[in-house]
Write a protein that binds this ligand. Structure first.
Ligand code: SF4
Length: 575
């Protein structure tokens, strides 16, 4: 047994005892031949591993911005009152309370995980009831929320690509009529882009992995969607998980891999058992296993690897470090997974949604995919919409759909939106004057998170939540990201106190660019985006927040003046 089993071993102890003791570390150290100190450092990296006892019930309450809009503070107070514990401090024998970043349930906030079972739409009354039930000895599995996939919109006239009727094995059967190279050619021709946020060409990735000769290759499904506001992959797992498995099988066939791994974020482990049952069903039907569907020597199997809570593991480099039993810190060296990926073997890492689309492209044909969308981004895209909208949930939209359409009466039904965050905190905020921009490569891309804020929401409050998130999730190995995000957060706080001047604005831009240019991975390269964009796009708002340069004093925020200012900005905006 090698250190690639480390995370699983740590989970065994975490489940059984609620923490990983010194004794457990020593046992694992001997079994995996990894030093105690290395194991300690891995434990300290992940949010969901603990070195101190946590009690029988660990409660993780989502503190993302959407949760805040929907009543986070009241729920936090209710949990503390009912359990007698304090968040992020030592709990008691029964409970421990922790705040955590987005758990993929922004369409049903406020939400929490209790022993990793989901509880959604929380109210103080509900919290009281939940804690009573636990005290009465009921198992949280028996009364957890029944989380739905919450699909709100699909293209009309039978044009949906993902959310259309599904027949088990259809794409595998179709794919096996073709040679591996033909499969890659079809994906390449479809221009399918990675759907996790990087938009890398999927066909190119598969071809590159195929071209690299090796005795072993791997297909990894990146199911660690951690960008706040994203929950589209959750919807695919809940509604059409077979598409993900089929996409992996086809990728394995195309590149010559025999092993697939689903790296499932720990927050989604409430559907892990169902997924395992489905994988078994695929084996029973010979869509997984040996000589799949009679194709000689085409063997492919899938296992699930649980993550343990880390945003940077959502990027391929951090994910592979994590799978190899290390801290999920992105490596320094220039890196290509398709050459030296998992265990230094050629590896395809594709996001859940990308694999689901690959499966549909093979089943329906690349021409069907190409008949929709824009020249550079054909097809459809799944968007998770949350915030100040009447219909939060999953939207399958044709590429080229405008932000105005997404917000409008036919879709999410937003009320007086003025700050729309496209692609999560690492993406781009959009003001009302930009609502005609279109979601596509030619204009603005969206990895999946689409958060809507109306004019009563305070922009600095939103930006501070984002920056706290990046500060918390920075792995800390490079100084610009570790220190820079801290500095930006302090600047935001200064603005909130009315103590910032225009010099601050210039400094924020300067620091932001330093962080972007000199950070090693995507977190640092994108963390200042929202703040920097906002300064330019919401000048009227920031003008109200800034003291004149020669008069650095406390400035009372005049809400009435701000609201009337925003009224005038958006009065012509008809959605
Ligand atoms: Fe870690 Fe931030 Fe550097 Fe990425 S940019 S490697 S998260 S410190």
């Amino acid at each position: 047994m090698d250190r690639t089993h480390l995370l699983n071993k740590l989970w065994e102890y975490q489940y059984q005892f609620g923490f990983v003791s010194d004794e457990a570390v020593s046992i694992i150290s001997k079994k995996l031949n990894v030093s105690n100190i290395e194991i300690e450092s891995v434990i300290s990296f992940y949010h969901f591993f603990h070195k101190e006892p946590t009690g029988k019930h660990t409660i993780y309450l989502n503190n993302s911005i959407i949760s805040e809009l929907k009543g986070f503070e009241a729920i936090k107070a209710a949990f503390e009152k009912e359990t007698g514990c304090t968040f992020d401090e030592q709990g008691n024998d029964e409970f421990s309370l922790f705040e955590t970043s987005c758990i993929g349930l922004n369409d049903q906030e406020p939400a929490a995980l209790i022993n990793f079972m989901p509880f959604t739409g929380l109210t103080p009354k509900k919290v009281k009831l939940i804690i009573q039930k636990i005290r009465n000895g009921e198992n949280v599995k028996d009364f957890a929320s029944n989380v739905k996939s919450n699909i709100q919109y699909i293209p009309k006239d039978d044009k949906a690509i993902i959310f259309r009727p599904y027949e088990m094995g259809a794409s595998i059967k179709e794919g096996l009529k073709h040679s591996p190279q033909e499969i890659i050619d079809k994906i390449y021709k479809s221009k399918l882009k990675g759907c996790g946020g990087a938009f890398f060409d999927v066909g190119y990735k598969w071809q590159s992995c195929k071209n690299n000769e090796a005795d072993e290759k791997f297909i990894i499904c990146n199911a660690d969607e951690g960008e706040p506001g994203t929950f589209k992959d959750r919807a695919i797992f809940q509604h059409l998980p077979g598409l993900i498995i089929e996409g992996m099988v086809l990728a394995g066939y195309a590149v010559g891999a025999k092993e697939g791994v689903i790296y499932l974020r720990a927050e989604y482990q409430f559907f892990k058992e169902e997924l395992e049952v489905l994988i078994q069903e695929f084996k029973n039907q010979n869509f997984l296993g040996k000589n799949i569907q009679g194709v000689n020597e085409f063997d492919f199997n899938i296992r699930i690897q649980l993550g343990a809570g880390s945003y940077v593991c959502g990027a391929a480099s951090g994910l592979i470090e994590s799978m190899e039993g290390r801290r999920g810190e992105p490596p320094v060296r220039a890196w290509s997974a398709t050459k030296h990926g998992f265990k230094h073997k050629p590896t395809v890492v594709n996001n859940v949604e990308s694999l689901a689309y690959a499966s549909r492209i093979i089943e329906l044909g690349e021409d069907f995919f190409l008949s929709m969308g824009t020249p550079k981004t054909p097809g459809t895209k799944l968007i998770s919409i949350s915030g100040d909208v009447a219909k939060p949930g999953i939207y399958e939209i044709e590429y080229g759909t405008s932000i105005r359409e997404l917000l409008g009466i036919e879709m999410s039904q937003a009320t007086a939106p003025y700050f729309v965050q496209v692609s999560g905190p690492s993406g781009e905020p959009v003001s009302p004057s930009e609502f005609d921009r279109r979601i596509c490569m030619e204009d603005i891309l969206c990895g999946g998170s689409f958060m809507v804020f109306n004019r009563t929401r305070d922009i600095l409050h939103i930006l501070r939540n984002f920056m706290e998130f990046f500060k918390e999730e920075s792995c800390g190995v490079c100084t610009p990201c570790r220190a820079g995000n801290f500095i930006l957060n302090e600047k935001i706080k200064k603005m909130q106190r009315g103590l910032a001047s225009t010099i601050e604005i210039e400094e924020i831009k300067k620091w932001g660019n330093i962080i972007k240019i000199s950070s090693r991975c995507g977190l640092g390269k994108s963390s200042p985006n929202s703040l920097i964009y906002s300064l330019d796009k919401f000048k009227e708002y920031f003008n109200l927040k800034i003291a004149p340069d020669n008069e650095l004093q406390y400035v009372e925020f005049d809400m009435e003046a701000a609201v009337s200012e925003f009224d005038s900005i958006i009065k012509d905006t008809q959605l």
